[in-house]
Design a binder for this molecule. Structure first.
Ligand SMILES: Cc1ncc(COP(=O)(O)O)c(C=O)c1O
Length: 372
């Protein structure tokens, strides 16, 4: 790997040619779903004024209906990321502990650590590749304040059976802990169960329209919780003047028609996921340990090939214009073993991956070890 290679800078500079399999974004929602609404809002120059501070009322209703969480009105933020920041900032302090997994979406762990709290929790890089209530219970201490349940889990693509969600939620309830239930990838997971109905007082459901509605660039998400908890979190709202008006317009349009297109998006995503795992496994030494993925991404474990994820990422991007993500930002313990590949993309882009991945692995294996 070249020491100064900045994959994101390179990929953005070449974005028209690059197949973007690196951020679990969704490129399958028909563009006409939001195009008309955005064009109308732009024609009306709605961006000149502030939106209604609390959010577009129809959008709020649609989010609430989509989640099906009554009595937990949605609070809009600039992406689920901001909701996660606010929740950790509002509820944690020095000395507190949060039970979370490794691998995980480590940006949340960073937010936890910024408050002075500490992440504790099991290494889940083995079956069932997710938290279990027993593992969570084993990590509880008098300092525990929160449990982080990401379902399905980025980066592994593992999902939680209803009974496990219930058992983890009951632990949160019994021990008076906040349960962050990050459901960013919920729509991709068949039979998904929200945690909030099992621990309504303790759960903060963090959701997003980035992945299900294919609106990542517009930055809209939020959280839903019972009013007393929501009020405590909302003290740290920085969007007093509302979140991006074009994002709200697009999300409202997408949610209006979601029942018409979501099944097709999920079907194509699943078929793509199988293909990506097959292609991965066709290379000697590569495994797809979490199969099938219940999200729109999978990891490919390349440890047995002796190659580094960074070398694979760079080779695929530079030589083939295919952008996958090295695992290091997703797992302190195992990030050196895997690349993550996302697949809510048109099948022809997955075909590009299918050609590029074996070729890139062959080319790297043939190079002198120093180049790895
Ligand atoms: C588990 C998880 N939570 C939250 C987010 C944040 O999404 P956004 O800020 O785009 O809503 C992501 C993005 O990749 C994620 O993987």
């Amino acid at each position: 790997m070249s020491p100064a290679f900045d994959a994101f800078r390179y990929a953005h500079a070449h974005r028209r040619e690059v197949v973007w399999l690196s951020q679990n974004t969704n490129h399958l929602v028909p563009p006409e779903v939001v195009r008309g609404a955005l064009e109308e809002a732009i024609a009306e120059r709605r961006y000149e004024g502030y939106p209604l501070g609390t959010g577009d009322p129809e959008l709020l209703e649609r989010i609430e209906a989509d989640l099906g969480l009554e009595g937990m009105p949605p609070f809009l933020t600039a992406g689920g990321t901001e909701a996660l920041y606010m929740t950790t900032r509002a509820l944690l302090g020095p000395g507190d502990e949060v039970v979370a997994s490794d691998p995980s979406y480590l940006i949340i762990h960073k937010f936890i650590e910024l408050t002075g709290a500490k992440v504790v929790g099991p290494d889940i890089y083995r079956p069932p590749f997710r938290l279990t209530a027993d593992a969570v219970a084993a990590h509880l201490s008098p300092r525990t304040k929160m449990i982080l349940l990401i379902d399905p889990l980025n980066p592994l693509g593992s999902g939680y059976p209803r009974e496990e969600v219930r058992a983890i939620a009951e632990l949160a309830h019994d021990h008076h802990l906040t349960l962050i239930n990050d459901v960013t990838y919920r729509d991709f997971s068949e039979g998904h169960s929200l945690a909030a109905p099992f621990a309504p007082e303790e759960t903060v459901t963090v959701w997003s329209v980035s992945k299900n509605c294919g609106l990542a660039g517009l930055r809209l998400g939020g959280f839903s919780a019972r009013p007393p908890l929501a009020k405590t979190i909302a003290r740290f709202n920085t969007n007093d003047l509302g979140v991006n008006i074009l994002a709200q317009v697009a999300a409202r349009a997408a949610l209006r028609s979601k029942p018409e297109w979501i099944d097709a998006v999920v079907r194509t995503t699943r078929a793509n996921g199988q293909r990506v795992q097959e292609v991965g496994r066709s290379v000697p030494g590569v495994t797809a340990p979490v199969s099938p993925s219940r999200a729109n991404m999978t990891i490919l474990d390349i440890a047995a090939t002796g190659l580094t994820p960074e070398a694979v990422q760079e080779e695929l991007l530079r030589q083939h214009g295919v952008f996958v993500r090295a695992g290091s930002y997703l797992s302190p313990a195992h990030g050196g073993r895997f690349v993550r590949v996302s697949f809510s993309n048109p099948p022809e882009q997955i075909a590009r991956f299918a050609e590029a991945f074996p070729a890139a692995m062959r080319a790297l294996a043939a190079r002198p070890a120093v180049a790895h």
